[in-house]
Write a protein that binds this ligand. Structure first.
Ligand code: ZN
Length: 287
């Protein structure tokens, strides 16, 4: 089971989260044959998005997107407050196994979009000013939220399957000692190994890192892979295309295949389906 837990320190104005993702990560990797470096980056992006999603104080969606002019033109993870996550990357050209963030993305930036169910959409953009994705996101928190945040993320293989896990530490606002506390706790957290983070029960990880501290661990939230695609959504976007374009594809192929890059689902529409859609979609008379 993929999990997310929140925790607090009784003696430090710092909050924490820990997430461990196996099935969700594997589902994202399964749909496309990504280069090794992109797989790793998607794992980091997935862990970061899960951790950020848990900071949402309302119902809504969050998207963390990397885009640039390098061979990795796009990498995005979408999540929501129910910890349902999905993601995809687009690759044009070769990416070496040990490619750096800059080598993959080129000149680019990170866009964080938060869409509450009710209320204003918020978008934050940060340039790739640090060498790693983690560094860039920590920088984003300082710049846009003035909340000093530390992230510890590891990706790898456990029992022959992909796994990604991470810890977030973030200062609680308006507290004088929070920066020193964060630095102290970050020093402890840095000592976590991949094996520990991938394998130990969560309470043992916290004990291993913070046994000198008083930590309160909250109940476990489950994290799931879930794609928001549907036949209805595909139909709606099909109907935004010019009718002549649809007719041309039907004439050539006999059907239209809408493929979801996120989950690999295929939605097929033949001539009869399109006729049905057009009947339902008759534009209203304009007065
Ligand atoms: Zn899908």
């Amino acid at each position: 089971m993929d999990t997310l837990n929140r925790f607090l320190f009784d003696n430090h104005p710092v909050r924490g989260e820990i997430t461990r993702l196996e099935e969700t990560y594997q589902a994202i990797l399964a749909t496309n044959n990504y280069p090794v470096a992109v797989q790793k980056l998607l794992g980091e992006l997935l862990v970061i998005t899960s951790l950020l999603t848990a900071t949402l104080k309302f119902e809504g969606d969050i998207a963390v997107q990397l885009q640039g002019d390098g061979p990795l033109t796009l990498a995005v993870i979408n999540g929501n407050d129910r910890q349902e996550l999905r993601g995809v990357a687009r690759v044009k050209g070769d990416i070496a196994d040990n490619a750096t963030l800059k080598e993959m993305v080129g000149s680019g930036y990170i866009v964080i979009t938060i869409t509450p169910k009710e209320g204003e959409r918020y978008q934050g953009i940060v340039g790739l000013e640090k060498e790693t994705l983690i560094g860039c996101i920590e920088h984003y928190f300082m710049q846009s939220e003035q909340l000093m945040t530390r992230l510890f993320v590891k990706t790898g293989v456990h029992q022959h399957k992909a796994i990604a896990a991470g810890i977030l530490l973030q200062i609680l606002p308006a507290n004088e000692n929070s920066e020193a506390s964060l630095a102290h706790l970050a020093t402890l957290t840095e000592t976590i190994t991949s094996d520990e983070l991938f394998q130990l029960p969560i309470d043992e990880i916290l004990y291993r890192l913070y046994n000198q501290e008083d930590v309160r661990l909250f109940e476990t939230d489950e994290v799931h892979f879930k794609c928001s695609c549907s036949r209805e959504r595909c139909a709606a976007s099909l109907m935004t295309l010019p009718a002549s374009e649809i007719d041309q594809i039907l004439a050539e192929d006999g059907k239209i295949n809408m493929h979801c890059d996120y989950c690999g689902a295929d939605y097929l529409f033949d001539k009869i389906d399109i006729e049905e859609l057009r009947k339902k979609n008759v534009p209203k008379a304009v007065n």
